[in-house]
Write a new protein. Structure first.
Length: 146
C-alpha cells in the first residue's frame, strides 16, 4: 500500500513523496508526529490539510476553507452567492464543488473588482492563487485602512 508522506530532509527541506508501507522498518511518535523509518530515511505522516497545503501551494492548491484544499487549476466557475467553486463551467445541482470561507470570499470578490484583473483577464485560478501573495495582502490592507 502506498502512502503520501513528507520525506524529512536536512535543514527543514522536506518534500512530499509516496512510500510503500512494505518498505517501512518501523513507525514511532517523535514530538507528537508519526514518523516512518525506511532504510536510512525518515518520513513524517501528513496529518492536516494545512501541512499538505504548505507543500502543494506551489502546485496550485489553496486552502479555501478549513475542510477544502482545492486544486485552483481545476476550478472553472465561482458562484459568489453560494460561496462555492465548481470544477465545470456550467455547474448543475449534481456538480462537484468546494466551499469557500467567508474571509476568502471577501478577498476574491474585492480582488475581482480591481481594474488590474479586469484588464488582464486573468483566470479564476490565477486570481485565487494571488490570495497568498504579499502584493494582494498589502492592497487589501490599504483598501480597508483608508
Amino acid at each position: 500500500m502506498q502512502m503520501t508522506v513528507l520525506k524529512l530532509g536536512n535543514h527543514g527541506a522536506n518534500t512530499v513523496e509516496c512510500i510503500d508501507l512494505e518498505d517501512v522498518d518501523y513507525i514511532e511518535i517523535e514530538g507528537r508526529k508519526i514518523i516512518f523509518h525506511a532504510k536510512d530515511e525518515k518520513y513524517q505522516h501528513i496529518s492536516t490539510l494545512s501541512e499538505l497545503e504548505e507543500h502543494l501551494f506551489k502546485h496550485g492548491f489553496d486552502l479555501l476553507d478549513k475542510t477544502n484544499l482545492v486544486n485552483l487549476k481545476r476550478v472553472k466557475h465561482y458562484d459568489e452567492s453560494q460561496g462555492k467553486v465548481f470544477f465545470e463551467e456550467q455547474p448543475t445541482a449534481k456538480s462537484k464543488y468546494a466551499t469557500v470561507a467567508l474571509i476568502k470570499q471577501k478577498q476574491i470578490r474585492r480582488y475581482l473588482g480591481q481594474p488590474l484583473v479586469k484588464e488582464s483577464r486573468e483566470s479564476l485560478p490565477a486570481v485565487l492563487g494571488l490570495l497568498h501573495k504579499d502584493e494582494l495582502k498589502k492592497r487589501l490592507i490599504a483598501d480597508y485602512s483608508g
